[in-house]
Design a protein around this ligand. Structure first.
Ligand SMILES: *Cc1c(COP(=O)(O)O)cnc(C)c1O
Length: 387
């Protein structure tokens, strides 16, 4: 089945739910059994049966099944947030005395998790250059995993995932990938050698800026370690959130299609703007990472950055504080446009960032001409600011 069809049908079985198109919400803690044999059967088959709602409810299972099917993984696990998915994936494979390799361009809170929480547990992190495809020399006997995020947060470097997978698999350690931008639609993690794919389902999967949720998808070899970690730590997701996320997931393909088409138009236009030094959007021909993106991805998210010529805070405020359609807000992947200023300098240790101010744009479902008019007015305010 193609992604269009899978998004509609995966994880759905109306005949088991009174014929309803969307499965109703099953709120539960206790699951009742008619006899001891049924309970024993459920306990012995934790991935297909449910003995207690901490291990899933029908809504959680349906979402997990749909996302795993779309991405081509063995099984998925839903957890309370994207960041919880990240910490769970790392701690499932690394412990005291271990070493992990993490891309220099990861999501800021991932870096803080490594520098503070993982470190407290005795896990040492080395950051590697996301543009280096051979990091074999950095792998030590104590290295337990390689962690990638492609494209990188804010600066959108595309990583050579098959090359990283080759390094990981030579020593038998898993390659973890934060695939929130790629989504299960546009990057087939498992076909490219990833072992554990991590999603901030908060973003495009839920798609409406009203749910916090993380999803881990794994292959058959590495899934059991994740399942064990989630069981030991009591990680679970709410059926209401999974209901909303699955409802959002049903329309992820056309949302991405329209939003990324608008993003590409806007990125092309921004590239010629006098206030803009560079547009960092791998889907844009000639942009950094475009060749690798074309090789490995089947589409793009509608999230990208522009590097401005200026670093003037007053000029950036003159623009960002008075936008009409672009709201100032963290996160992305909803149906609405967002603008978020950032300066990657302090959070990079391998590839220092010494360029202009970065503005991250998330392009929503609005009319792209109206979005461009809003940006154009904002960039005029920025250029007019002599400070
Ligand atoms: C937002 C984000 C996350 C974290 O997701 P939350 O659900 O907000 O915790 C993880 N990775 C990336 C790349 C993100 O942008």
């Amino acid at each position: 089945m193609t992604h269009d069809t899978l998004a509609v049908h995966a994880g759905r079985d109306p005949a088991r739910h009174a014929g309803t198109v969307n499965m109703p919400v099953y709120r539960a803690s206790t699951i009742c059994f008619p006899d001891m044999a049924s309970l024993e059967h459920a306990r012995a088959n934790p991935d297909t049966e449910i003995s207690y709602a901490i291990y899933g409810t029908p809504n959680v299972r349906a979402l997990q099944e749909a996302v795993a099917a779309m991405e081509g993984g063995h099984r998925a696990l839903a957890v309370p947030s994207g960041l919880a998915a990240i910490s769970a994936a790392i701690l499932a494979f690394a412990g005291p005395g271990d070493h992990i390799l993490v891309a220099d361009t990861v999501y800021g809170p991932t870096r803080r998790f490594c520098d503070v929480a993982a470190r407290r547990l005795g896990i040492e992190t080395s950051y590697y250059d996301p543009m280096a495809d051979d990091i074999a020399a950095m792998v030590r006997p104590a290295t337990r995993l390689i962690y990638a995020e492609s494209p990188g947060s804010f600066t959108f470097e595309i990583q050579d995932i098959p090359a990283l997978a080759a390094v990981a698999h030579r020593t038998g350690i898993p390659l973890l990938l934060d695939n929130s931008w790629g989504t299960p639609v546009h990057f087939a993690s498992f076909a490219h050698g990833v072992d554990v794919s991590i999603h901030a389902a908060t973003k495009y999967i839920a798609g409406h800026s009203d749910v916090m949720l993380g999803i881990l998808v794994a292959n058959e070899r590495f899934y059991p370690a994740l399942r064990e970690h989630a069981t030991l730590h009591g990680l679970c997701a709410s059926p209401d959130d999974c209901y909303l996320a699955l409802r959002g997931f049903r329309t992820i393909v056309p949302r991405l299609r329209q939003q990324s088409a608008s993003a590409l138009r806007i990125a092309q236009w921004l590239r010629g703007h006098p206030a803009v030094e560079e547009v960092l959007y791998p889907a844009l021909p000639g942009a950094p990472g475009h060749d690798l993106w074309r090789r490995d991805f089947t589409g793009a998210a509608s999230l990208f950055s522009v590097v401005l010529h200026t670093r003037s805070e007053a000029a950036v405020r003159a623009m960002v504080d008075h936008m009409g359609l672009f709201a100032i807000g963290a996160s992305w992947g909803g149906y609405e446009s967002l603008i978020f200023p950032g300066y990657p300098g302090p959070v990079r240790t391998v590839r220092p960032w010494q360029r202009g101010q970065v503005l991250r744009l998330h392009v929503g479902l609005e009319d792209p001409d109206e979005l461009m008019a809003d940006l154009d007015a904002g960039l005029r305010r920025l250029l007019a600011c002599r400070d």
